[in-house]
Each structure stands twice: as C-alpha cells, then as structure tokens.
Design a protein around this ligand. Structure first.
Ligand code: NAD
Ligand code: USQ
Length: 393
C-alpha cells in the first residue's frame, strides 16, 4: 500500500516507517523536525544517540535495499500537506505529527496555544487534505488513553451504552483529560468523528497508553536506525526516567502517592497495532476507536519493578515521593477494556524482566551522558505567571 507517515521522524513514527517499509509498503515520511528543534533549543538530547533523518533513510536503504520517501513539511502548512497528498495518493495515512508532551503543554499560555494549535488545526488540515485529494484513504490517528482520564467505572473502547430516563443510546465515552495536551486529543477525536459522519471519511482513533522500549526487529539492524530514548522532565515518561535515575543512583521520582495507574504498551506492539488497523481498515463513514494498551500499572508498581531489577544489577535504588507537580488523582479505580486489537490478531509483548533489563542496561551504557539537571520536574500544573518568569530567569 502507499502509506503516508506524518511525524515519521519521531520516537514512534520512525520505527513505524521502518516496519511498514520492511513489510513491502511504499512509505513516505512527512515531518517538520520540530521535535529535534526543541532539543536543540533546550540543550536536551535523546539518551540513545539518534542520527539525522537523511542518515536514517540512507542507512535503511543500505541495510534493506528499500527506499523511504521524505518530505520536510508542517501539517499547519496546508499547501505542503496538499502537495504530498496529491503526489503520494496515499491509501493510508498514519498521523503521529503532534506535540505530545503533557508537561510541555502546561508550561504557560504560549506552549498551551502552540500545542492545541499544531495538534488540532494540523489534524483539521489532514482531514481536509483527505477529503480533497484522497477521500478513500484510511486515517489512522494516534490518540491517547489520557482522553478518558481516570473515571470510577470501567473504560470502554471509545463508546458506552447509556440508559437515561427510560431511553438508551451508544455515545462517545466521557472525556476527562488531564493536560492541555490531552485536551487537544479530545478535540481531535471530535473533529475526526464529525468528518467521518459528514464526508464519509474512514478513520481509526488509536487511544494509546504510554509506550516503552526502543528495540524493534528493524531498529536493531544498525545503530544508525535507533529511535529516541527521552528521560528529561518534559518528554521523558516515568518508566524511562526511573530506569535512568536507577542507573545514576538517583531516587526514583514518584509524583505524589504513586497510585496513578495508566495503560502501557511495548513499542513492538504499537507498530504491529498500527499495521493491524491499516490492513483491516475502517469502512466508508466509519469512525472507530481502539484502546491501544496491553497492560496497566500504577507508578508504585513500576518503581518496584525498576528497584527490584536494578538491585539485581548491583544498583542501590530507592524511591522518593515528590510533591505532585500535576493535578491528577493519585489513588483511583482503573480498568480499561482493550480487546479490539487482540481480536484483530495482536500478540502482546509484556513488560517482563528482559525488557526492564534492556532499558536499565541502556541507561547504564550511556550513564556518562545523563544530565542530572533534567531529572527534577520544572513544570507545575498550578504555575502562576510569576512562577513561569522565575523559572525562565
Ligand atoms: P515525538 O515527538 O517523538 O514525534 C512526533 C513527530 O512529529 C516528531 O518527529 C515531530 O518533529 C513531528 N511533528 C510534530 N508536529 C508536527 C507538525 N505540525 N508537522 C509535521 N511534523 C510534526 O512523539 P511520539 O512519542 O513519537 O508520539 C507520536 C504520536 O503518538 C503523538 O501524536 C502522541 O501524542 C502519540 N502517543 C505517544 C505516546 C508515547 O508514549 N510516546 C503514547 C500515546 C500516544
Ligand atoms: N510521573 C511520575 N514521575 C515522573 C514522571 C511522571 O510520577 O518522573 C507520573 C505522572 O504524574 C503521571 C504518570 O507518571 O501520573 C504518567 O506520566 P508520563 O510522563 O509517564 O506520561 P504522560 O504524561 O501520561 O504522557 C505519555 C506520553 C503522551 C501519551 C501518554 C499516554 O508523553 O504522549 O499520550 O503517555 S496516557 O498516559 O495514556 O495518556
């Protein structure tokens, strides 16, 4: 199939592009390189060294003999987006190209506006480009489990049957997102559902949990094919951060009580889920939602796993409870349904000792590059204008 990968230079988009190319699909990456710019501006870096996008693509050609096409462009630039749609005539579009950090979106007004603009308007542009230039194309959009928040009932896959005053209906599951970033995904979902209804577009919204891992069958073929491993306080997710903290003897930074429970998924399963969505596409006019997770853990469970495993590697690891910089439930019910991808054929790779071992050893290997200034959180959900100015100075 002709597949357009928006955001194909990112943590997920790059291994996804490699995998789909390895399966014989004709892959084109569209990316504005903004994720790399953020690191350059801040002096942050992926702990696992990553090569330029041009080097990555050339290496893939050398290793596999397959050519990935590249367009540098921004989803906010409708002319660039239209042009790639007209040239590629994609049969599927996988949309990763968004600002994906919750802390980034909560820095201040400017970062919140950037996040919601690039995510919501960027996705709106994608919807119009599909309508105008490739109406039969299937949109596979990366959403987030965080759209649902942490309700005191089981989370369903996108929709719930509701009985109200003697009548019933199947309605979108209630959304209670916890950051300006997570809110942007809710807005996207509404726009996508609307466009499927009115224009007959076909779309799959993948409500994905936190992804971990860096290794896929393709990224391990050459160090120049590696994907990102972020551990900083803005883009680093808790598990990556705990592994890095353990490797340098820093207490694991659990925010608040640590009962925060989230859905998790291995990178290898993420790329397979997207393939499953592409190969069993939504019907014309259909908007469907899959919960893309395989397991769920609380932060304290993650911290215990990292502590236990790092002690086996001879590290002295302890956990600390920091005042929570976020506004979120710290002890709550959580049970999310995730059967639709399993029904399509997903065989999960779970978070076991071998995976933890790989992540902690990765951190140990690159220990010298770890910047301890990136460990403590700097963004507080309750920040005032004065706090932001104090932080900036
Ligand atoms: P990432 O930041 O590593 O990658 C995003 C890529 O998109 C980057 O290469 C960036 O340069 C590009 N990009 C951003 N805005 C763009 C724009 N306007 N135009 C063109 N390119 C643009 O993020 P990731 O971790 O790979 O996440 C990819 C997607 O998956 C995001 O939508 C994110 O919300 C979603 N997601 C990620 C996770 C996770 O744990 N990483 C979990 C759930 C959902
Ligand atoms: N947390 C800590 N200590 C840390 C870092 C985070 O306790 O050092 C806590 C947070 O307070 C939160 C939980 O860990 O309760 C998860 O935070 P995270 O940074 O690991 O992940 P999150 O902000 O939820 O975002 C990540 C991705 C995002 C994706 C989301 C999926 O960055 O793109 O949408 O996971 S989900 O969590 O299902 O919404």
């Amino acid at each position: 199939m002709r597949i357009l990968i928006l955001g194909g230079d990112g943590y997920l988009g790059w291994p996804q592009s490699l995998y789909l190319s390895s399966q014989g699909h004709d892959v084109t990456i569209f990316d504005n390189l903004t994720r790399r710019h953020f690191d350059l501006e801040r002096g942050f870096a992926s702990l696992l060294p990553i090569y330029t996008l041009h080097e990555r693509i050339a290496t893939w050609k050398e290793v596999s003999g397959k050519q990935i096409q590249l367009r540098i462009g921004d989803t906010m630039d409708y002319e660039a987006l239209s042009s790639v749609f007209q040239d590629v005539q994609p049969e599927a579009v996988v949309h990763f190209a968004e600002q994906r950090s919750a802390p980034y979106s909560m820095i201040d007004r400017k970062h919140a506006v950037y996040t919601q603009t690039t995510n919501v308007i960027g996705t709106l542009n994608v919807l119009y480009a599909i309508k105008e230039f490739a109406p039969a194309c299937h949109l596979v959009k990366l959403g987030t489990m965080g759209e649902y928040g942490t309700p005191n009932i089981d989370i369903e896959e996108g929709f719930i049957e509701i009985q109200h005053k003697g009548r019933s209906d199947v309605l979108p599951f209630p959304k209670q997102p916890g950051s300006m970033y997570h809110l942007s995904k809710v807005h996207d979902s509404h726009n996508i559902m609307f466009c499927c209804k009115v224009w007959g577009l076909r779309a799959t919204d993948l409500n994905q949990g936190v992804v971990y891992g860096v290794e896929t069958d393709e990224t391990t073929q050459d160090p120049r094919l590696a994907t990102r491993f972020d551990y900083d306080q803005i883009y680093g997710t808790a598990l990556n951060r705990f592994c890095v903290q353990a490797s340098v003897g820093y207490p694991l930074t659990v925010y608040g009580k640590g009962g925060q429970t989230r859905g998790y998924i291995n990178l290898k399963d993420t790329i397979r889920c997207v393939e499953l969505a592409i190969t069993s596409p939504a019907q014309e006019g259909e908007y469907r939602v899959f919960n893309q997770i395989t397991e769920q853990f609380s932060l304290l469970e993650l911290a215990e796993m990292v502590t236990g495993h790092s002690r086996q590697l001879g590290l002295e690891t302890v956990t600390t409870h920091l005042p929570n910089p976020r506004v979120e439930a710290e002890q709550h019910y959580y049970n999310a349904t995730h059967t639709r991808l399993i029904e399509l054929g997903l065989k999960p790779h779970l978070l076991n000792d071998a995976v933890l071992d790989g992540l902690i050893r990765l951190a140990i290997t690159y220990r010298e590059q770890i910047d301890r200034n990136l460990i403590l959180p700097t963004v507080n959900w309750r920040m005032t204008k004065n706090d932001v100015e104090r932080n900036d100075s």
